[in-house]
Design a protein around this ligand. Sequence first.
Ligand code: SF4
Length: 331
Amino acid sequence: MNNFTYVRASSLSDAVNQAVADANSQFIAGGTNLIDRMKVFLDQPSQLIDISRLQMQGIETMTDGSLRLGALVSNTAVADNSHVRRNYPMLTRAILSGASQQIRNIATVGGNLLQRTRCPYYYDTAFPCNKRQPGTGCPAIHGINRNHAILGASEDCVAVHPSDMCVALAALDAVVEVTSPQGQRQIPFTQFHRLPENTPQQDTNLQPGELITAVILPPLSWAKSGVYLKIRDRASYSFALISVAAAVNLQRDKIQAVRLALGGVAHKPWRATAAEEFLLGKSADITTFTAAAEIALESAQTLTHNGYKVELAKRAMRRALMVSVQGGGVA
Ligand code: SF4
């Protein structure tokens, strides 16, 4: 770990002004991924700006019925929140399926969005990596790529986004609120993370100096039957090979609305919009769900070791959708 300066932000404006003043500074709150990266020299900030004591720890119901999660709320507090458990159960299930209790207790909402891929080549500095050092190459493409992307990848990077929580947030049409010295703006969740294209070093569309202040969940009464299904190598403390966040709204046995997102398949949480459009107005049965899964994976491209993900994703989607129409619960 390199030497760095540590400062504690006294206010939101102090935090973003300090970030702008030193372009090589980084915000720290829970630090559960950042410190790991610093230990192996992936991140070498000149300054850490501690934002952990700023007033962004609240969960509030807004007048329009949306739920505002402060950026510093712990993952545990979000998962345990009674409003979240009742109205957005896929979010509780997604959070509880990730990491460990200790990590969830310290990891924050904002930090969860900013965690970086766990591609082993990225973490092993003996290998080149376009995400770590642009232009050096991507050894995963012809290397061990069992965990890598099948959708939206590029010739420069085939990494996947590691978060479970973000898959549920993508399905729930969340909005990310960010602040900078120029003011506040909101970013639709599906536009917050980026596909790798030829700049895999950039995971998000955040601008320099911007700080996440909250994530907002719009009201979605029928998301009570939402499901999060995670397929992984072992039952706990393991990243998703494939995950699915799904919620279906039925009216007279026809699908009136649906939300569907996949994890473990792409550089960002993958909203399956074409499959959602296909499902509207159809009967909620296994034939329909099988066809929707085919559409969702239509553009999949596989590498040497990750071909299994295509069929796994289709089956996981079918199962998550079926469980949702049966009222939700454990998928
Ligand atoms: Fe680096 Fe991305 Fe290739 Fe992994 S997949 S080695 S993160 S460029």
